[in-house]
Design a protein around this ligand. Sequence first.
Ligand code: 2AM
Length: 465
Amino acid sequence: MLKMEKSEIGLIGLAVMGQNLARNIADKGFQISVYNRTLEKTTEFIKKYGHSSKSGVEILGTVKIEEFVKSLKSPRKIIIMVKAGEAVDEVISELLPHLEKSDIIMDGGNSYYKDTEQRQKSLESSGISLIGMGISGGEEGALKGPSIMPGGNREAYEKVAPILTKIAADEDTAKSAKCVSYMGKNGSGHFVKMVHNGIEYAIMQLIAEIYDILKNLGKLSNEELAKTFENWNKTDYLKSFLVEITAKIFRKKDEKGQYLIDQIRDHGEQKGTGKWTSIASFDYGIATPTITSAVNARILSAFEKRRQIALPQVLNSQIKIPDKKTLIKLTQDALELCEILSYFQGFDLIAIANKEHNWRINLPEIARIWKNGCIIRSSLLDEFQTHNFPQFLFTDEKQNSLRHLIAIATAYAIPIPAVGNSLFYYDTLSAQKLPQNLTQAQRDFFGAHGYAKIGQEGTFHTDWQ
Ligand code: 2AM
């Protein structure tokens, strides 16, 4: 490759995600320049992966940011893959003196959508576009094809679309469509990615609770757990990345032949996207109880010392634990329904924020681009492409399984906050009548807040004493 030829695109930030995304871009035949704050990382990266054997592209490693910017074709297209927060602002400030009107920056990290909107505003007068670009798929996705959620200026998106389309995951085996789509205006891309992660928290917690039940009540061995999840990964509605990797996790042994899963501390950690999703749900006045339960479950699991003080538990032994086969069926049905409710809560949150901000997001497009490449890819997303809520999957039999399972788990003190709250959410939304008439009366009693009356106009107040 002649080094004089300018690159189609540039990438800043050579941690693993950045490296893999740069390799993916080069593998697809695009000339790319890279830059990293610490030069050694660039040097090492170029030595190891500078040549794409798939396309023959030689990745251009640059030492200085000016050199990096100068190596790019105009309008310059720059992906930044640095830690969300201050690092993004620092990189943008470093870039700005060297950029020109019409250049395009894509922030591929998990930036908070309001930060993205702030940055877009402050760049407005310069004519430089910032695309908030959610990327999901982990390290492997970045290399082989992630799901990409870009939001911001549409014209700027159209200019980078040919590259993004090539590097995204195939939507289906026919390779006719790709897992990338323009989400909408402003911070919508990062908002959609945030909610994607919230749903990811929910599904991971649901799977964890089902594991707890099967292991501790059903007494399934790791081998049996692996087989169960493997079988589920062949079913119409549980076929998904998270179910697939769960089966593999149960099989994994260390060098001594011991199961790894049993050696891992039960202290859940988090980086914040689940928390942001829950906060957003409160801000927009939408309930996402399965997602919020998952955030709380990670928080509570960290209280390892407190959990050692065993509190007395009264167990209701009148509820019998079913045989393994029955329990597996109950958990399968329950997991299906709770996963549907998790996706629904996420879509509901996106829909309300979309309406409020006039982002013009096309919701079925989100279901489509989540079908492959990303962590929450699942056969269930086919249903969300065509249904707002796939009620037809809530058969009497599956609903009974979910109720029965919750009765069993609670009788034996297995904590199932995500499974339980999913059902409470469904039952609340299905209830003809809720007891908030009493809440309203209480509010009026102590605070004279007033209440509305059935079939009558206006607000009423009573002297309750
Ligand atoms: P580094 O290798 O110099 O640490 C993930 O942390 C990536 O973001 C790394 O490539 C890291 O560069 C980069 N990064 C973190 N903070 C940064 C900053 N303030 N400016 C530029 N790059 C930064």
